[in-house]
Design a binder for this molecule. Structure first.
Ligand SMILES: [Zn+2]
Length: 190
């Protein structure tokens, strides 16, 4: 899978949206990647999982991902590597491995769908290290971290690095045109 075939898959599945969006960070943008729409198609999810797995170092024992975004891609990477997949979730704001015992001898790959600030991925990496595990690799399908150069304390790989415009709402040219910003993917959340 190369960059062009992945971009084509994003377009075909409606996973790359254009408009006026409020990002999770509060910034506004004219583009939004909704990875869930790409990963809704098992053949694309499997292909992405295999492509990420191919970039992983030897000796990964577990793939661990934050819910919800990391669930499908983490599972597919784990399937390709032939290792178990665990997921973390927030309990009262804190990232926890709520449903699983922390594994012995854990040499983990932490996998996300999209990273922007890298915050969730960092939280999962901290959780693993605090529990005595090793973070051997980190990865995402889409990397829109721009020039942040987030340090995960382990090698980071992505399948698609994208530069997305992100404006402070006060400086957003689309707001200046009087267009209303929407929060993508949040319409079913209260
Ligand atoms: Zn705006």
């Amino acid at each position: 899978m190369n960059r062009d075939t992945l971009l084509d898959a994003f377009r075909e599945t409606g996973g790359m949206l254009e408009g006026h969006f409020t990002l999770t960070s509060g910034m506004h943008s004219d583009q939004y990647f909704q990875c869930a729409r790409l990963l809704a198609h098992p053949r694309h999810a499997a292909a992405c999982g295999e492509a990420i797995a191919a970039k992983m170092p030897e000796g990964i024992t577990h793939v661990i991902s934050p819910a919800m975004g990391g669930l499908i891609i983490g599972h597919e990477v784990a399937r390709a590597l032939g290792v178990p997949f665990l997921f973390t979730e927030r309990v009262e704001g804190a990232m926890t491995l709520r449903r699983f015992d922390f594994p012995d001898c854990c040499r983990a790959a932490v996998v996300e769908d999209v990273i922007t600030s890298g915050g969730s991925l960092l939280e999962v990496a901290s959780l693993i290290r605090e529990a005595g595990g090793e973070v051997a690799a980190t990865a995402s399908v889409v990397d829109r971290s721009g020039d942040r150069n987030v340090d995960f304390g382990a090698p980071f790989q992505s399948l698609l690095k994208v530069e997305v415009n992100a404006w402070d709402p006060a400086a957003c040219p689309l707001c200046a045109e009087g267009l209303e910003a929407v929060k993508p993917g949040s319409r079913h959340l209260s």
